[in-house]
Design a protein. Structure first.
Lengths: 351, 351, 351, 351
């Protein structure tokens, strides 16, 4: 047993983020199975070849999949392939690309983000119009892409109709649509619709498909649904330092996630646990659940001293210092017992 | 068994690249062991904490380690942290950063490379002087870093004395030294010296430590040996889209590689197989081995028709179309039987 | 007479922008006077040497001046010299760097802008706090600079006290302050204070000093007031493609503007004409002047059909399509007759 | 008289660079003539409109001209408009974009340069082939543009036939051709051919047209000869901070240069003075003129102590410290008396 393993408490689980979880055992098994002999590096392996078919079965025959290492990269590589150097991205002020990627879109991608305050984290045609102007004026970074997230950073879920409305409006304006799908499996599971209902069928052009939060060890994918919408993904992925040499293992993981229903089982579990948690705390006096719980996130407003005490027992983040709002995320490995223990602790600390 | 697994011939091995190999079983075991419960994401986990100690045991108490996803990223993040936006990197014309990274240093890093033709892929003080000039002149990208690779792209190995000569000269000129160590374990094993003899003790400032070719599933590391030499690695790693959420697994792999002697066993094996291959083919009439075989690469000149026939049986790359030179890489999983079968095939095709 | 000159109506003047004006005759005379013999290129000439003294006389002995070609460049070069690659700039949502530079700060500078809705275009300590957080968190682009404009895009003027409050607050937070002074001479003239009252004495670290709108043919300057606040301006200017070869002529123009009181005469004229215009139209029934007229801009709300008819007679821009707000700028060459003719036309069209 | 003017010795002329010269009087006159009333800013003025016709008269009806501030910018904006982010530029090792622009192409443009040692500074089909390979391989920055300079940095001149050979070969390979024409007027004058013989008619796709060294105050132009070859110049110019507000003055200068024969007179003068200088020094014992004198540059090898003494009397640069080679540039304002005085001084110092 290593030094590090000794310090690792395997029983500890929390509600800080769905990427605090480890790897789903079926994913790990897929890695083990792929680990024999040699495979051509950098994506010319049989696993990556097969992955194209897996994604096409879900997202239609035009889909092209380009595995990358992480979600920030999937977003930046995809957006970069959609935009010329002078083109810009319209997104919600709460979008992950704007708030949580350390400025990677601007610093590394050279992409200007045109943000809009969006209630519930969701863009609408009306909100898009607030930034979709100035076409042809070199003094204004040219709007080119509308980027939405599903599920959103605020735990809400766009319906297929809502996404279609965004896409139709964007396309009428000559804009393309990017979907940050770090939690797209949670969104599909929440609505009980196939993945393509929220993507291809709704008119999305390019998708960041999330693997890590869905149970992978590592790996996300840029999925081009409209081949006219993206250019040079292969080269951009390389210059963005996202071309994995032993790519067979990223692809084998995704195949394990998507060839059967593992993606759905994992997402349903995470969503169900969030619903269970919300139900358990909603009636505790003094706890407010101010946002709809639609996927695997629960937002709650607690007294700050309760938050402090509770964070000593379970990991989670404060979302808004000024209001005392906190965020609790459920993962594919969150159990009913985990939720019940946490809810009990909340009740206890609130007393 | 998945679609992809069915297409995967586990017996197939070749000599194309050390990253065609899979994962060493002890590394895979470390991943499995780390896969329980929750760990803080993005590097605040116990494995990454322990990794600092592991690297310091090898490289001295000042070493700081920053895991990233791949080798191109380790190089670009490290160099970016060493250079202001207007500063440039002196390297051999054959350096991986110049020839094999798709332009990532320039395109993503905004780094100008000042290249020098370097026999055997190795820089010397004299060769450095060919680009180390123009200090203070804004018309010239300001030389700031000398980047060397060990083992080199040409399969040669710098000795500690050679690296020290480079570092001393660079430091006298006010330059820093970066070492691309994608195969630094092979270099250390080849010379039978500790890792620090080729790095910290020789005066290297920042190191890209290679994991993938040494047997990891994925993962490389930026290792800052001289804390004065690099600034903002933490932030640059994030904006370079190289901050892994489930970082515990990168760190656990590196711990498995470096806490014991796995790194040395793997490197010795790969080097020994290259030596065995060179010995086996050197005397085949018509085969020339034009470069010293010092690590895990063998370069050979073959008749082109032989190369064509041989590549149908074993994967490997032509290095120089004009001369018929080919490159054969051995990996940590190359066996004596693999080498002997390949050597026999070469002999057979040459007849 | 050239083709172009024949098409040029020298009598035509409008209220579209202060950069529709030409060059002040005294500036042109300075160019002519500097045009003999040879001078060292790229800034090692006697005019650029003298310019340092001219700026120091205005802005204090620590000031360093770096001429560039235009205002976008002055802003991006200055900000780039203040920020490491991962650092960000807090500014008003209406800031020129955010709205009117085609995305140059992000696309070319790799700078993330953290914007705040700012009434009247002016930041305050309270507004700065809305973005000044997340220090040390690599997921957030690190706030480093507060950038303000004086006069603002909305024609308002910060007082020395207001700037000092911004600077004191920023410095307490470890932030630096950049002032976009494309119209800093108008601001100083409006308040009847010396230039240093709005810059050096108020605590500004780096200044973009506007020349073009003040009457130059071309030329702006990055002025570093706090030498600790900027790094590598010389090199950044070159890589930003802003190093003029015949720099003597930029410097000679600035000397002509600033060695005497030309800057003040020009700014006072432009401001006075805006005041005259505002006074003339304020009482026309149906015309609203919704913002304070503090420098050389007048904003007005007109019926849209009036705007359309009026724009056929005089050039000016609509500021906000939705409200019918238009913007009228006065320049150093705007005359009382120009204003009176325009005001009469407005009155006429409103009838 | 200003401070600076007093320090300015109008009689001083040297041989350091053609941009040490001032402005040709006819150019200055054009500025004065354009300086009345208002003109629309940012290029929508009558001078810039007329400029299109002027350039088309020289370079054919497809030419599109985009004025910028300086030569580095013309090169980077043009190349950026020709290349996707992952595409690279083949050029001579001695090219200005590689040696003298402070790394602007890489740092600001994100462009990788693939350099070739080129005798006399001139590329040929054979030399291009040394870098024109690796198409479709994401590990190699994709060659897209061949950039040549005429006249070259070494004072040599490509003939129309030589340029055509480069262009034909490049086009066959799917590459585009960029010509850095900082001294293209000198080249055309040297060969006594029209400008289009060296550009449009030879197959050049995009041209950087040099104004400053040809006698302008400031101003260069990106000229797109093949509209298929460049994309987004208008937007790239803005984000590259090269959109001049008072553009009428850049355009008026170019019109003055090109509408008549001023460009030719200026270039002929400079070339003739270089020829005169070469003739005068070639026979001085101990002075070697190692390169052909084809345009306005003379290279000479002198004893180093002579160079030191001579540089106290006339400004010029040492080209190669190791060989003692120096460079003497003649400008549009170099007179026979200037040359004769300089040649006499050389003879004197050599005695």
């Amino acid at each position: 047993m290593t030094q590090a393993r000794r310090r690792h408490d395997p029983a500890a689980k929390g509600f800080a983020s769905d990427n605090y979880a480890g790897v789903h055992p079926e994913i790990l098994q897929a890695i083990v199975l792929a680990n024999e002999g040699h495979q051509i590096a950098y994506g010319d392996d049989v696993y990556t070849e097969a992955l194209q078919e897996v994604f096409r079965a879900h997202l239609g025959p035009a889909a092209q999949v380009w595995p990358v290492f992480n979600g920030t990269a999937a977003n930046v590589v995809g957006l970069r392939a959609m935009c010329a150097s002078w083109e810009a991205v319209i997104c919600a002020e709460s979008a992950h690309i704007h708030t949580d990627e350390g400025g990677a879109p601007e610093v590394t991608g050279g992409l200007k983000l045109l943000t809009v305050p969006a209630p519930g984290g969701k863009l609408t045609p009306e909100l898009i119009d607030r930034q979709a102007w100035g076409f042809g004026d070199p003094h204004r970074a040219q709007p080119k892409v509308v980027s939405i997230s599903n599920a959103t950073e605020l735990g809400t879920v766009y319906t297929p109709q809502e996404i279609k409305a965004v896409c139709d409006h964007a396309h009428q304006l000559g804009l393309l649509v990017h979907l940050d799908g770090a939690r797209v499996t949670n969104a599909a599971a929440a609505l009980d619709v196939p993945l393509r209902a929220l993507t291809t069928d709704a008119g999305v052009d390019v998708l960041s498909f999330g693997g890590t939060k869905a149970g992978l060890l590592y790996g996300e994918a840029v999925v081009v649904l409209n081949p006219e919408a993206a250019r040079g993904v292969e080269y951009i992925r390389k210059t963005a330092m996202q071309l994995s040499s032993k790519m067979r293992f990223v692809s084998a993981q995704f195949e394990a996630l998507l060839a059967g229903d593992l993606w759905l089982r994992n997402a349903r579990r995470a969503n169900a646990m969030a619903a269970r948690l919300a139900a358990a705390v909603r009636d505790i006096p003094g706890v407010e659940v101010p946002r709809p719980v639609e996927a695997n996130a629960v937002f709650a407003v607690l007294p700050k001293d309760v938050t402090v005490r509770l964070q000593k027992r379970f990991r989670f983040y404060t979302w808004d210092e000024s209001t005392g709002e906190v965020r609790w995320m459920c993962a594919f490995d969150t159990t009913e017992a985990d939720v019940d223990a946490f809810a009990a602790a909340i009740a206890e600390e609130m007393r």
